[in-house]
Design a protein around this ligand. Structure first.
Ligand code: NAP
Ligand code: GDD
Length: 341
């Protein structure tokens, strides 16, 4: 039986990847930071599986990582753990870099010293491209990160490639563009929008307050993206791959489509911080802009070229942008219904 260690197992991608590997017959170890109360909503079924095991540990604790990796020597490690919220990386930049940059190096050192045959996947990010230097972005696009988070992920990318080239480790970077789902954290813009729109539909909220409506992202569906992680570690050679949908959409467009799912057309009036979104039918105010959600330096646009992953790994996304929004809205509406009943 193949074994895998997933760090960040309680996050969006960690739960989907655990399900995928368990379905494929793996024994899965999930690195978990101890908490007073485990919020195990998305993990409920996974925790019942006899082939799943939690291991307490933290990317900041080198001794614990060494101990885990030397004792279980897994076939594959998926390093998904990170401080993943970009705005918080300005609030706490040193912590962010300790986990997201040095954390990767701690994992690589543990593998190099105690389990050099383990294959390693690093969760890299399109945030490394930041102020993009070419369109669309591919594996050789210049890194120009715009946040401490982006800088930390650029280090993680480079040190992973360096350990592959210096020590011959089977180490891959998946440069994943934004991917969302029903399990996305509530602070990220897509889930904030779908949850608030669902609350408006259910009469629990009056309006949605956002930051930069003009930011554009290449959004895909998380379950499709975790499959790419697995494919990278099955290929005969280790390498780095862009995983993206190849389409860019603005926050404004995402908002309009989300409201369309509850039969509301949005009409925009005003500009900049004074721009507002109204219900076309009755002129109700539904969307406002607040300075609070703007960033010190913005990533204006991201759009990925995943042709290398398509050609070599045979990977392509299955769920469309529209379908993903529909699934997220329906899930949020049903979850609210369940919680109020
Ligand atoms: P997420 O939902 O925020 O999950 C992050 C996970 O990391 C959680 O399980 C969290 O555990 C864990 N974690 C944080 N700090 C840790 C530490 N010091 N030690 C051990 N575990 C720690 O993130 P995600 O969306 O699933 O993303 C997975 C990875 O892909 C991240 O590295 C992210 O930066 C990267 N990425 C994400 C996207 C995207 O669009 N989703 C795109 C590109 C790259 P707790 O439950 O204890 O907080
Ligand atoms: N969070 C948030 N909240 N973002 C907003 C808001 C708001 O109210 N209003 C506008 N935005 C804009 C942000 O300024 C940004 O340009 C865009 O929406 C997306 O923000 P997030 O959903 O927070 O994601 P992100 O792109 O910063 O980062 C995500 O994707 C990266 C990959 O490119 C995270 O998952 C990172 O961990 C990941 O690496």
């Amino acid at each position: 039986m193949k074994t895998a260690l997933i760090t960040g197992v309680t996050g969006q991608d960690g739960t989907y990847l655990s399900e995928l590997l368990l379905e494929k017959g793996y024994h899965v170890f999930g690195l978990n930071r101890r908490k007073a109360k485990l919020n195990d909503g998305d993990l409920t079924n996974i925790l019942r599986n006899k082939n799943f095991e939690f291991l307490d540990g933290d990317l900041q604790e080198i001794n614990r990582l060494n101990q885990i990796i030397s004792s279980i020597k897994p076939d594959e490690i998926y390093n998904l753990a990170a401080q993943s919220f970009v705005p918080y990386s300005w609030t706490n930049p040193i912590y962010t870099c300790d986990v997201n940059a040095l954390g990767v190096l701690r994992m690589l050192e543990a593998i190099r010293l105690y389990s050099p045959d383990t294959k390693f996947y690093q969760a890299s990010s399109s945030e490394i491209f930041g102020k993009v230097q070419s369109m669309p972005q591919n594996e050789i696009t210049y890194h120009y990160p715009r946040s401490p988070y982006g800088c930390s992920k650029s280090f993680g990318f480079n040190i992973t490639r360096n350990y592959r080239e210096s020590y011959g480790l089977f180490a891959c970077n998946g440069i994943l563009f934004n991917h969302e789902s029903e399990r996305r954290g509530m602070q990220f813009v897509t889930r904030k929008i779908t949850r608030t729109v669902a609350e408006i539909k259910m009469g629990l909220s009056k309006k949605l307050i956002l930051g930069n409506l003009d930011a554009k992202r290449d959004w895909g569906y998380a379950p499709d993206y975790v499959e790419a992680m697995w494919l990278m570690l099955q290929y005969k050679n280790p390498d780095d791959y862009i995983i993206a949908s190849g389409e860019e959409h603005s926050v404004r467009e995402f908002t309009e489509l989300a409201f369309k799912n509850i039969d509301i057309d949005i009409i925009w009036k005003g500009t900049g911080l004074n721009e507002k979104g109204y219900n076309k039918k009755n002129d109700d105010l539904l969307v406002e802009v607040s300075k609070k959600f703007f960033r010190p330096a913005e990533v204006d646009i991201l759009k990925g070229d995943s042709s290398k992953a398509k050609d070599i790994l045979g990977w392509k996304p299955k769920v469309s942008f529209k379908e993903m929004i529909k699934r997220m809205i329906n899930f949020d509406i049903n979850e609210i219904k369940r919680s109020v009943n």
